[in-house]
Design a protein around this ligand. Structure first.
Ligand code: FAD
Length: 506
């Protein structure tokens, strides 16, 4: 039997080729920094007196690697990369950037889809040397540094038989993921990553080191749970932990597109009745050679309906019956993984360096109209499909929906699924068309969305805007917190909450 790892490769794109080629769209999300800016030796020497990590300027060993991020389209050159080893380094680097009038970017795991971790010509505050995790098994808490990757947390917590919610690819950063919300295979059971925060330690724009928790700076604590990196550099996260499931059942059934609607309806039914251990998902993609799909399916659309079940596998398997009713699956997988292995299944297909596009919309009404639009991928003919991009759905609800909409800044409490339009490719000559295909698909889904979107899957330049992605009331509250902690918008390389003083007056 094929393994699910092969399937993970299938879901990536790269097989489709466009007939027409146009010029690459050079870094469509570029930062506003000045690429010509440099820092003098005197400034660097002064900074070095207060800074224990590594300071890299263009031409230094390690600079080229350190400026690279997950999305291969992002090709920016900071004037300085400040590789911090602790909060004191963050304060020192921030002060230098502000004194020199340089743009600031903050790098956690470097997985922002649009490359927010890298400034062009400014100072990159790089947290990737800050990956310490300390687990307290008695209190069931983990203290996690700001540049930690999900895999670091999973590894250290598993030693104590514990876990907290992360995303589904182990090389993603805890920082950006948690600050935007953070959903994954355990989110319906244990809540979002941000719902598991007991406290954070933040370096604010003024260089102050603050704690935020329900009792300390509660406005800041509210905002960092969903509001992204807008309010400061989070140098430490205090997470609540839960029992690690003994294993996680993973079920996938692949169908041809003719059975697609029935398969998706089946998934919606399973999801509606699902216990919180179960997380449903669906993907539509074009099968490519070397994956797990049968030969005759190569180049044709495949609809994959899937779920994971973090509990007794036999209890979880019952739900597959409803999915099988859609027709004869092209292939079917039923595997039980350790949680850590499940987290690593997508690591290779989601490897850094490819050129990528992602765009999210929250969906709550899973109507046939929506499911048909999902299958069409922004084109008129589901059979031909759109090899330029794929679509996916990831189930939310459960423990996520039990947190009130105004308890945190996360805006997807009422969503049934997060939809994602995505594309990945290698040839820069395909940039313009791949971006256009991904955007077209996302636009076709927008009328079916709740009107809001996951901040971490948002392309700020296109609809919905950051304000609509959060909804009016939440956005207004976020602006008030921004006004208090970052009135000059020092931290603007993110899904930006513009402070009042920088907003245009009508
Ligand atoms: P970075 O690019 O380093 O940072 C992203 C943003 O957060 C930037 O604005 C940055 O300045 C800010 N930031 C990062 N760390 C800090 C910090 N410590 N303090 C202040 N600001 C900070 N999301 C999910 O919810 N679930 C998933 O399963 C999931 N899977 C993903 C898989 C892949 C392969 C990728 C690329 C993304 C995935 N995402 C998922 C989306 C992910 O949550 C975002 O891309 C997130 O921004 C990544 O965080 P990062 O720290 O790696 O990125």
């Amino acid at each position: 039997m094929e393994t699910k790892t092969a399937l993970a490769g299938d879901r990536g794109e790269g097989g489709g080729r466009f007939r027409d080629r146009s010029e690459p769209a050079a870094d469509p999300w570029s930062s506003v920094g000045d690429p010509a800016r440099t820092l003098s030796d005197t400034t660097i020497d002064e900074l070095r007196r207060a800074f224990d990590g590594a300071l890299l300027r263009p031409g230094d060993d390690g600079y080229e690697d350190a400026r690279r991020v997950w999305n291969g389209m992002v090709d920016r050159r900071p004037a300085l990369i400040a590789r911090c080893v602790g909060a004191a380094d963050v304060v020192a680097a921030l002060r230098t950037a502000r004194d020199e009038g340089l743009e600031v970017s903050v790098r956690g795991g470097g997985h922002s889809i649009v490359g927010h971790a890298v400034t062009q010509g400014g100072v990159m505050i790089d947290l990737s040397l800050m990956r310490g995790v300390h687990v307290d098994p008695i209190r069931r808490r983990a203290w996690v540094q700001g540049g930690t990757l999900l895999r670091d947390v999973d590894r250290e917590c598993a030693l104590a038989g514990l876990v907290t919610t992360g995303g589904g690819v182990s090389h993603t950063g805890v920082g950006g993921l948690t600050l935007g919300g953070g959903y994954g295979y355990l989110a319906r059971l244990y809540g979002l990553a941000c719902d598991n925060l007991a406290a954070v330690e933040v370096v604010t724009a003024s260089g102050e080191l603050l704690r935020a928790s329900p009792n300390e700076n509660p406005d800041l604590f509210w905002a960092v749970r969903g509001g992204g990196g807008n309010f400061g550099v989070v140098t430490g996260f205090d997470f609540r932990l839960h029992p690690l499931p003994a294993g996680v059942l993973s079920v996938d059934l692949a169908f041809g597109v003719d059975d697609g609607l029935r398969a998706l309806r089946g998934l919606v039914e399973v999801a509606a009745e699902a216990p919180e251990e179960l997380v449903g998902s669906a993907t539509i993609f074009t099968a490519r050679p070397g994956g797990a799909m049968p030969e005759e399916q190569i180049g044709r659309p495949v609809v994959l309906v899937s779920y994971t079940y973090a509990g007794d596998p036999d209890a979880g398997r019952i739900h597959a019956r409803r999915l099988r009713a859609a027709g004869t699956p092209l292939v079917e997988f039923d595997d039980v993984y350790s949680y850590r292995d499940l987290q690593r299944l997508g690591d290779e297909s989601q490897r850094p360096g490819m050129r990528r596009y992602w765009k999210s919309h929250y969906v709550s009404a899973m109507t046939d109209g929506f499911l048909e639009a999902f299958l069409l991928r922004g084109t008129a003919d589901p059979g031909a499909g759109n090899p330029g991009c794929s679509g996916s759905l990831f189930q939310l609800g459960g423990a996520i929906g039990r947190v009130g909409p105004d308890e945190t800044a996360f805006s997807g409490r009422d969503a049934a699924f997060d939809f994602l339009s995505s594309a990945d490719w290698e040839d820069a000559a395909e940039d313009a068309e791949r971006l256009a295909a991904g955007r077209r698909y996302a636009r076709a889904i927008e009328p079916y969305s709740t009107g809001r979107a996951y901040a971490n899957g948002l392309e700020a330049e296109t609809s919905p805007s950051v304000a609509s992605a959060y909804g009016e009331a939440t956005y207004r509250r976020l602006v008030a917190v921004k006004d208090r902690y970052d009135p000059d918008n020092v931290f603007h390389l993110n899904q930006n909450i513009a402070p009042s003083r920088t907003q245009a007056t009508p």
